[in-house]
Design a protein around this ligand. Structure first.
Ligand code: PLP
Length: 406
């Protein structure tokens, strides 16, 4: 076999479909987010409008100070897996902070949110005898991979559809172990699951619940505990999973649950046991970020204000975006080649960086630009974004919403 020709051919197919991914090579400017210098093909100063560092915590002085302090105190790496010399006091403190954030007995850290979903779902579903996983159709790849890896029986229910979920639950014997896996804020459409109703069904049909709050932790609830905190539902969920890499601005993932469940995953999950622990400085930075957002609403309020402002301004220009109750603004393009073209021109001519979101991240025909306003975007940044999008919509003759004042 000509291996190189095989790789080339597969990549050419991706390019032909408009789905080939090109990274933007960026240097973020600490203290000056969301601004960055682009180092790649389109060089120059850019404003980032697609970051998952939703609140700018990646440059927060308290986070940086905690990381500097821990780096100088404890050095660079953890030095081992959690079991073999890698559990530092910073890890212990962070897990306590996370358990408290979600009102759970305990929490367990992983090297990323992806790994936490993969390892926790994989372990629970494979080790609980005869477990069936009921998985929302739009669950994140990390959950899907964890469930697949477990080899447990899997039933996929229609996205956020309680009737379909109930029909599937009712088709199973009441005593058979069941795990309902879903997200709170879905990251590509920005819609939110009916958590209370799902918990009601779980109670009725004797199921556990596993909620991915990756796009909600830090952002919703009086202390940043997520949608379940905002709605007073944290105690009804068996497992809450989150990331330290998005609103908390650092890196890492976790689950929060009962002491027994956390101890069970700690003791049986390969993806927890056999990998080096996060650096202590990362744990210290994440803990500082969580602590700050437990006590401060200012970042959440400023973010929501900027989200509302961008939506209103897009409406005034008739630029179509999906209405939803979250901080995510999907601007629909519906064509992968156009989507990439618009993104390229935004970067090249306007210094606006919004990554095109194409298949397989979203279904074909729903290609989009996903805008994530943050508290560190200024009024001038918003003016510039909206003007650039307006120009492009005219230049590319893209459809506008009816009734718009143009
Ligand atoms: C990003 C993401 C993850 C993975 O989290 P990381 O910390 O980035 O690995 C898990 N679930 C969802 C829904 C995500 O969007």
């Amino acid at each position: 076999m000509d291996y190189q020709a095989f790789f080339r051919g597969a990549l050419d197919d991706l390019r032909d479909q408009g789905n080939y991914r090109v990274f933007a090579d960026l240097e973020r400017h600490c203290g000056n987010f969301p601004n960055a210098t682009a180092r790649g093909e389109h060089r120059g100063e850019v404003t980032i409008w697609c970051s998952n560092d939703y609140l700018g915590m990646g440059q927060h002085p308290e986070v940086l100070a905690a990381m500097h302090e821990a780096l100088d105190r404890a050095g660079a790496g953890a030095g081992g897996t959690r079991n073999i010399s890698g559990t530092t006091h910073d890890h212990v403190l962070l897990e306590r902070e996370l358990a408290d954030l979600h009102g759970k007995e305990d929490a367990l850290l992983f090297t990323s949110g992806y790994v936490s979903n993969w390892a926790a779902l994989g372990t629970l579903a494979s080790r609980i005898p005869d477990c069936v996983v009921l998985s929302d159709a739009l669950n994140h790849a990390s959950m899907i991979e964890g469930i697949r890896h477990s080899k447990a029986e899997r039933m996929i229910w229609k996205h956020n559809d309680l009737e379909d979920l109930e029909a599937k639950l009712a088709s199973l014997p009441l005593e058979r172990p069941k795990l309902i896996a879903f997200e709170s804020v879905y990251s590509m459409d920005g819609d939110i699951a009916p958590i209370k109703e799902i918990c009601d069904l779980a109670d009725r049909y004797n199921a556990m619940t596993y909620l991915d709050e990756v796009h909600a932790v830090g952002l919703y609830g009086p202390r940043g505990g997520g949608i379940a905190e905002r709605e007073g539902l944290m105690d009804r969920l068996t497992v809450i999973e989150g990331t330290l890499g998005k609103a908390f601005g650092v890196v890492g993932g976790y689950i929060a649950a009962s002491a027994e469940l956390c101890d069970f995953v700690r003791s049986f999950a390969s993806g927890f046991i056999f990998t080096t622990a996060l650096p202590p400085a990362v744990a210290a930075g994440a803990a500082a970020s969580i602590r700050h957002l437990k006590n401060s609403d200012a970042e959440r309020e400023a973010q929501q204000a900027n989200v509302a402002e961008v939506r209103t301004r897009l409406d005034a220009l008739g630029i179509p975006h999906v209405e939803n109750p979250s901080h995510i603004i999907p601007v629909m393009v519906g064509d992968p080649v156009k989507c990439k073209y618009i993104s390229d021109i935004l970067l090249r001519d306007h210094g606006v960086y919004i990554q095109p979101i194409n298949y397989p991240t979203v279904p074909k025909g729903t290609e989009r630009l996903r805008i994530t306003p943050s508290p560190v975007h200024s009024q001038a940044d918003i003016d510039h974004l909206v003007a650039a999008l307006g120009d492009l919509w005219t230049q590319c003759q893209l459809a506008r919403m009816p009734m718009a004042a143009q």
